[in-house]
Design a protein around this ligand. Structure first.
Ligand SMILES: *Cc1c(COP(=O)(O)O)cnc(C)c1O
Length: 368
């Protein structure tokens, strides 16, 4: 990186390709691959990522909210897009932008049938979500007959897939619970397919489900975190490549004396002469305030520099007393060598949260 560069999130598209290849190597050749690109593709950039993934022939995309799907369509993404958490207020947009809604309750089903009829749709693709234990979104098993009856009364919509979501696919201690979820999904899908008289796509696995429960791949799998280089498992992490590197540089170095304070609220008081570096990245960029006061750290010239004092909106200060460094030297917050998961762990968080926290103020750059 050129010296003195501003804070950037660098995205390695080769690493993304590597991760897709690795995850696909765990699938049967006819299992479809849905790439989850919600939340700006886990904090990277949904449009760039989706466009690149289209060249790798993924079968489906998923986003959380309707606006995320609209942004992809406006950017020219043509692959089918499942909207995981659409709200009835979005249903006209869903149809207008050819997005495919997750239908998770009778209220939502009724609303979507109404909108599809108003917009004169025929066989509009929908995805039925069943609750098998996560208790977040989804129909209950005892609603199957009611749902099937409603579907038989209308030509406006057609079930493209039936799906469910695992609650603890990364946790071997919860294997029994997960196996129950898988059994329950099998029963539910069989019942609903019998009533519908046709075979929609079935899917249940997220990244950890793909890796730990091959018997639950069904016709399609949904991978999010794995694409971005994390597998919720130390061994798997060695085989995946984090795609994002968050970099910044040193704006100023100070040497403060024993007893001097640093930053807001004088939260850090030097116990001895201390060399500090001020960096142009703060809580408005995604560095949670919990990282302050010695919890979090960055890397300068490959050495660990703890974040000291309180995290400011636009800056952090780090202790570089024992690090040979100069103003404008490169700083790595996280990247392939210094994992986002380790940094997240320092505040009892997870890679998902740290990655998706990198705010839109931080410039994204892409390379291969
Ligand atoms: C976010 C999400 C995923 C992706 O999960 P990962 O653990 O990131 O692979 C899959 N399915 C649903 C329903 C989700 O909300």
């Amino acid at each position: 990186m050129p010296k003195g560069q501003e804070t950037v999130l660098e995205i390695d598209l080769n690493a993304l390709k590597h991760n897709v290849t690795f995850i696909k190597s765990k699938l049967k050749s006819n299992t479809k691959f849905l790439a989850v690109v919600k939340a700006f593709a886990y904090g990277s950039d949904a449009i760039e990522i989706a466009k690149y993934l289209e060249t790798l022939n993924v079968d489906y995309f998923a986003v959380a909210y309707t606006d995320e799907g609209i942004a992809l369509r406006n950017a020219g993404v043509n692959t089918p897009i499942l909207v995981l958490h659409p709200l009835p207020i979005n249903f006209k947009d869903i149809v207008e932008y050819r997005l495919e809604p997750n239908i998770y309750s009778q209220r939502v089903l009724n609303n979507f049938i109404t909108t599809s009829k108003e917009l004169k749709q025929n066989n509009y693709p929908i995805h039925l979500k069943f609750n098998t234990g996560l208790n977040r979104l989804g129909f209950a098993e005892n609603e199957i007959t009611t749902i099937a009856n409603k579907l038989q009364e209308t030509q406006a919509i057609k079930v493209k897939s039936i799906f469910s979501h695992l609650a603890a696919s990364e946790d071997k201690n919860e294997e029994k619970f997960t196996l129950n979820q898988i059994e329950s999904f099998k029963n539910i899908s069989k019942k609903i397919i019998d009533l519908l008289g046709y075979q929609p796509i079935l899917h249940q696995c997220n990244t950890s489900g793909i890796l730990n429960y091959p018997q639950a791949h069904f016709n399609m799998v949904r991978s999010g975190i794995g694409l971005y280089g994390f597998g919720n498992d130390k061994e798997i992490n060695k085989k995946l490549k984090p795609i994002a590197t968050l970099k910044t540089s040193i704006s100023q170095i100070h040497t403060i004396k024993k007893g001097d304070s640093l930053g807001y609220n004088r939260a850090f008081i030097a116990k001895e002469t201390t060399k500090t570096a001020t960096l142009p990245i703060g809580h408005a960029d995604g560095i949670n305030r919990l990282f302050g006061n010695g919890k979090g750290f960055v890397y300068i010239n490959n050495q660990k520099a703890p974040i000291i004092g309180n995290v400011c909106m636009d800056m952090i200060m780090v202790d570089v007393t024992n690090i040979a460094c100069q103003e404008s030297d490169e700083v790595i917050v996280f990247g392939p060598q210094h994992s986002a998961e380790d940094l997240a762990e320092s505040i009892n968080s997870i890679s998902y949260e740290l990655l998706t926290s990198v705010s839109q103020r931080v410039k994204r750059t892409f390379y291969r």
